[in-house]
Every structure is written in C-alpha cells, then in structure tokens.
Design a protein. Structure first.
Length: 164
C-alpha cells in the first residue's frame, strides 16, 4: 500500500506539466501585446511626446522582463518538479537550464519582481502629475516592500546555505 501511494504521489508531479504549458500561452499573450503596443504607436511616432515615448519604452521593457520571468519559471520549474529536459547541447541550449534549483529560482523571481516594480515606479514618476501624493506614497511603499522581501529572502537563503 505504501509503495502504491508513493508511486501515485510521484506520478502526480506530471499534473504540473499542463500548468507550465499554460505559462507558455501567457508568454504568447505577452508577445502579442508587445507588438500591439509597437504597431499602435508607429503611425503616431512623430506626434508622440518624449515623455509618452519613454513611458511606452518602459512598458515594453516591463513586458520583456515579465516574459523572461515566465521563461525562467517554465523551464526551471519543469526541470525541478516534473522531468529533465532532453535538449541537445548543440549551442542552442540555454546555459542555465538544469542549473537553477528551487532556491535560486526563488531569488531570481524576487529580483525580477523588484526590477518590474522599479519600472512601474519609474513610469509613475514620469507621470507624477496624474497621481495624488497619497497614491505616490503607496507606490513607493509597495516597491520598498518588494525590495525588502527580496533582500530578506536572499539573506535567509545565504544563512541556510552557509549552515549546510
């Protein structure tokens, strides 16, 4: 009975595979949104103010960071929790595949969230005249919460790594 239960639980890890495939659909949606933004602004590029163009570029950078985060979570999550990826080492394989454990992935996700939050905060700053002071304060507090959380996670990870 115990062996059957353990084998069944171990096989259940494959339920994560469709979730990682779903993340690839989210990546497709981000790609479509990225190019939609570019196509939307190109006809009006000469009429677009510098501030609006900078805000657009920050949005595009934001989308690319979220896309990179999705790729990192998809591949390393699949490798860590479902199965090894059989990708030949022919030069096209990403160097970090198979090297990110769940602890390293957590740190990279936290750093990516801080970077994304930084871009959002910069976009708010560039458009500060459209926000009330209390809204600006909450954006800064939220960003600093992300920064402090990422720092604390990294610090705790270092403590536990050094103790082992």
């Amino acid at each position: 009975m115990e062996k059957y239960l353990e084998r069944t639980m171990y096989a259940m890890r494959w339920l994560l595979a469709p979730i990682y495939m779903g993340l690839s659909l989210a990546l497709l949606a981000l790609t479509i949104k990225f190019f939609q933004e570019i196509v939307h602004v190109l006809p009006h590029i000469l009429d677009t103010s510098e501030t609006d163009l900078v805000l657009l570029v920050l949005s595009l950078v934001d989308l690319s960071l979220v896309g990179g985060l999705l790729v990192m979570v998809m591949f390393s999550g699949y490798e860590n929790f479902v199965s090894r990826m059989d990708i030949p080492d022919d030069g096209d394989k990403l160097g970090w595949i198979g090297k990110l454990d769940s602890s390293t992935l957590k740190s990279k996700v936290a750093a990516s969230i801080v970077a994304i939050s930084s871009i959002q905060l910069l976009k708010v700053y560039m458009n500060a005249s459209n926000y009330e002071a209390s809204q600006l304060k909450w954006y800064v507090i939220l960003h600093m919460t992300f920064v402090a959380s990422a720092f604390a996670m990294g610090y705790l990870d270092r403590l536990t790594r050094d103790s082992h």
